[in-house]
Write a protein of this length. Sequence first.
Length: 437
Amino acid sequence: MESYVELWEIVREYCKSHVTETVYNLWLAPLQLVSFEDNKVTLSVSEFKKNIIENKFFNLLNDAFEDTLGFKIEIEIVILDATNFESKKEKKKKVEDIFNKYDFTFDTFIVGSSNTFAFAAAQAVAETPGHTYNPLFIYGHSGLGKTHLLNAILYKMKSDNENSKIIYTSGEDFTNELISSIQNRTMSDFHNKYRTVDALLVDDVQFIGGKIQTEEEFFHTFNTLAQSNKQIVLTSDRPPKEIQTLEDRIRTRFESGLLADIQPPDIETRMAIIKRKADLLNLELQDDVIQYMGDKIKNNIRQLEGAVKKLNAYYTIGGHPPSIILAQKAIKDISSSEQPVSVTIEKILNEIARTYGTTIENIRSDKRNSNISKARQSAMYIIREITPLSMEQIGSEFGNKHHSTVIYNIREAEKNIKNNPSVKATIQDIINNVREK
């Protein structure tokens, strides 16, 4: 079952990388894997979405399965059985919960020279929450194990005390939940949820930077918990001093505990990670395959693990024994999968909207109030900076605006960046956030 869960995860990631986030969440995310037998996969979804998926996304699903397995299969989409959906959902959740717990514990974390300090600090916090290092701030580039350590802390705390109240969230989810609470006038529920926990674990906390209301709320949440000796663990892609849009009063609190960084692993650690992941999947890899993979993927543990999962899918589903040739294909697919420009633009606009406190619709509109105009200028500037789109193509993303209008907006953004250090910091943080996502 775990192999099919992994296969479906890889297929979903393929689909996600070929459509916009909105399209994926609306049409493809609801798909459920029902079965995989005799080169036939059965997926289920609601009756309303079934026809749309078959008409618009069937080729994408075919490509995703063929790319993952290396051969064509038959796909059938059936209507979701509402009578036993909940039981299926619960069964799937239990399998995934077990799989995730097995995957992300201290026992499955490979310790090397690049992460020894962060690992030891995380263990100490998990064993004596609220007393050893508070807050613990773990930072490093994407894919190096920060989320693994955060999950390991959560798992250890829950194992020691299943009644402990622990919240695991992300900076982005915290922001979105706050916005929803403000709109629905349920702030008292929000406060009660976040300020009465035994431990607060926040992944990618850098996303709160530059969002005034979110920073204000996080500041008070942080203080309430810290004063009660409740454990706080934060992760980020950079140290607090480099989150330039973060308010000084929050930055100093992040720095008041222990800062622990994680660096890219050395070759020995990378090979150990590959071997451990393969062992967990009962997949036998020859030393030359392990060496090859360790040499080719140097800076991202998540990609290493993804490559091993893909080899396991090739072997379990397709019957192809792991080899260097197969490893080359797995690594090529993972390391060279660049997201489409449309996905990048969607991420830019989402981040701009959150930062400036507006909506994507407003940014793309002709509205000219000061805040929306600045948001639109920043969006056009960032799209120009990190995508290959021409001025005409950028204009088409904003209601077919003329390229001269795009040039004007970009120049206005450049003036603001040059004359205002805080604007420059905000723009850079948005770019960093988009790239990290």
